[in-house]
Design a protein around this ligand. Structure first.
Ligand code: BF8
Length: 674
């Protein structure tokens, strides 16, 4: 009789394991991916091999906005010939579905940035009302600047004399007006007037000036509900309005209010990569986005009593480091080292030396709880809107009214955990020096000095051709792409071609770990023209402008370039391009779209719009006529950089400064010969 085979007899397939070298360009990450395999710990790199992406979702033409679907409208092989008759059950076309999905991503991203901003505004209001003394106002110049654009008087007339108004009064009124920007019932968002006048006029003409931040996000959710807005152009109009409300509203207020409370960044040196963890120290990795949490932990972890407590437990001290955008926030204001970017969060735990990973909101993988289970690491969630499942995940809710006490509990918990380390510690040796903290103000100072600070030096070098143009390269990591490869190849190609690059978010961290964010990188990687400028003023060829909400700093730096003169009247006139090569989050789509709406040609590796060619052409071609900026896509990093460079050259030609560059390059060669 033939033996009956049971399910249990079937050979168990070995799990697919990621090739470390194919997964990341970063050697520290490669070492820890290999280590994860030794220890049998699964990471995102392994899961990316077994979980395939949905081809229809990637095209943007799957509608799941009602329960008659999901309705899937894949693009036929060979494209559409003749009329596109594809439709969902309700009749929704591929263009409608792709546009709805796209602007829902904008809504998700704008909501994340803007709710972060709201959190900062609430803390600022608590400070202004003197309800907390854990935080104070650190930058009064920034307070006056923000008061100015929010229409808060900074002087008062007494007996015919104009006197400075009391700072406490200014702070309170500024905080109240700022909070109102999220939900005021009439008028328009005040901060959009910070854009060049010509840009504001374009938005006015297109009818996309945001009314308040929350409303634009809510309206997207309404318009994309079953049976409401069905025209891809009208849907994109609302997507544009919400994206502007993010970049020029929620994100900009987040940045400005953080600068008021925690200080405006100025250049500062530190280190980056997983090698910043210290085996003999209590390692606290702070991961997420809001500096409200990290600022307080920095204060508490530096207290002598905490250091003594750590020593009493056998450690030599406390090593703080940052992950994702919190890393950028802590780096740019305090020089706290960076542990890594998005795809390195599990790896930090796999070192076996992470005593606590303290998280708040956004870009935190649920899997860190699972990875932490294999080690001693405590995952501490701190935000009221973001909790995780798992027995080794502890929730300590952080509140500005008792922020010091909360931070003390967190730091003590990490210290107490130092003695519980289980696995052998394996911290990669790799780390790089980084110089960060190039905000709008510090860039101006660097270019022109305290008394004659001006962006004109930058403009002058763009006009004379030493600098070909500017690029904002931003965004995430994506497990579908080799970790950090595209960030680095694109940034290197841009600077080699004399493009000064501004970076934020996980791109900034990628560049930091590769050693590109130091002035010395100019001589090695930059073209002759850019290198000459960098060496003269002492800046790196790639400038770290902060976290993802700080993309608003890129918008304002571009505005300063316009104001300084000689390069047109609007952001769309200047030789500038944007990029997010390894994007994965909805925030990246919102950022990309506010770059586009601000007049910037913005290239992503791919977009979830290809299943709807008419809609895709609308945002990748026709948009330029409406806004002066448009989307582009290119997966190959070198071609990606050259799309940006070609656009920069097109703008140089339109400005009549293309010849200057030819001449300068000849002059420089001649100078070298001399
Ligand atoms: O906001 S770049 S992975 S960390 S979403 Fe997230 Fe993307 Fe990193 Fe910061 Ni921005």
């Amino acid at each position: 009789m033939a033996e009956e085979k049971t399910k249990a007899d079937k050979p168990v397939k070995a799990p697919k394991l990621a090739d470390p070298v194919a997964s990341s360009i970063d050697v520290a990450s490669q070492e820890l991916i290999a280590r994860s395999h030794e220890l049998g710990v699964e990471t995102i790199f392994d899961r990316a091999l077994t979980m395939k992406q949905c081809a229809i979702g990637m095209q943007g033409t799957c509608c799941k906005n009602c329960s008659m679907g999901p309705c899937r409208l894949p693009l036929p092989k060979g494209g559409i010939e003749g009329e596109d008759t594809r439709q969902g059950l309700c009749g929704a076309t591929a263009n409608t579905i792709a546009a709805r999905n796209f602007i829902r991503m904008i809504a998700g991203g704008a909501a994340a940035h803007s709710d972060h901003g709201r959190g900062v505004a609430e803390v600022f209001l608590a400070v202004a009302r003197k309800e907390t003394d854990a935080y104070q106002i650190k930058d009064f110049d920034k307070l006056l600047e923000v008061a100015g654009y929010l229409g808060v008087a900074t002087t008062v007339e007494v007996d015919g004399e104009e006197l400075d108004r009391d700072m406490d009064e200014i702070a309170l009124e500024t905080a109240e007006v700022a909070i109102g920007e999220w939900g005021k019932s009439e008028g328009e968002l005040l901060s959009v007037k910070k854009a060049p006048k010509a840009r504001y006029e374009i938005w006015k003409k297109q009818g996309v000036i945001p009314r308040n931040i929350d409303r634009e996000i809510v309206e997207i959710m309404h318009r994309t509900h079953m049976g409401v807005d069905m025209h891809y152009k009208n849907l994109m109009k609302q997507g544009t309005r919400a994206a502007i409300a993010d970049g020029w509203g929620g994100s900009m207020l987040a940045t400005d209010l953080q600068d008021i409370l925690f200080g405006t960044p100025y250049p500062i040196q530190s280190e980056a990569n997983l090698g910043v963890l210290k085996e003999d120290h209590v390692n606290i990795v702070i991961h997420g986005h809001e500096p409200i949490l990290s600022e307080m932990i920095i204060v508490v972890a530096q207290k002598q009593e905490m250091i003594d407590y750590a020593k009493s437990k056998g450690a030599n001290g406390i090593q703080l480091s940052g992950m994702c955008c919190t890393a950028n926030e802590m780096l740019q204001r305090h020089g706290i080292p960076i542990a890594g970017n998005f795809l390195q969060q599990e790896l930090a735990i796999i070192t076996g030396a992470c005593d606590a990973m303290v998280v708040d909101i956004q870009c935190i993988m649920q899997s860190i709880g699972n990875v932490a289970k294999c080690f001693h690491t405590k995952v501490i969630t701190t935000h009221k809107i973001a909790q995780h499942e798992g027995e080794n995940v502890i929730h300590i809710e952080f509140d500005e009214h008792h922020a010091v006490e909360d931070a003390e509990r967190i730091v003590k918990m990490a210290i107490d955990n130092f003695q519980n380390r289980k696995a052998e510690v394996m911290i990669p040796k790799h780390k790089s020096l980084v110089v960060a903290g190039f905000g709008v103000e510090s860039t101006e100072y660097h270019l022109g000095g305290t008394f004659r600070g001006s962006y004109y030096t930058l403009n002058d070098n763009i006009i004379n051709g030493r600098i070909r143009g500017l690029a904002g390269v931003v965004g995430c990591n994506n497990a579908r792409t080799k970790h950090n490869r595209d960030h680095i190849e694109i940034c290197k190609e841009l600077i080699k071609n004399d493009v000064l690059v501004l970076v934020t978010g996980c791109t900034a961290i990628a560049c930091a770990t590769e050693g590109l964010l130091v002035p010395e990188a100019a001589a090695i990687y930059a073209g002759d023209g850019l290198a000459e400028v960098c060496e003269t003023v002492g800046i790196p060829p790639i400038l770290h402008l902060g976290s993802c909400v700080d993309n608003s700093r890129i918008l304002l730096a571009a505005t300063e370039v316009v104001k300084a003169g000689g390069l047109g009247n609007d952001i769309s006139d200047i030789p500038v391009a944007g990029s997010a090569p390894e994007w994965m989050s909805e925030k990246a789509i919102s950022i990309g779209h506010y770059f586009v709406a601000s007049g910037v040609y913005t290239v992503f590796s791919n977009l979830p719009t290809t299943g709807a060619p008419v809609f895709n052409d609308y945002i990748c071609k026709e948009f330029e006529e409406l806004y002066g900026g448009m989307w582009g896509t290119e997966a190959d990093p070198i071609k990606h950089a050259h799309l940006m460079i070609a656009h920069i050259d097109k703008k140089r030609k339109a400005l009549g400064i293309d010849k200057a560059r030819d001449r300068v390059m000849m002059d420089f060669a001649a100078r070298q010969a001399l």
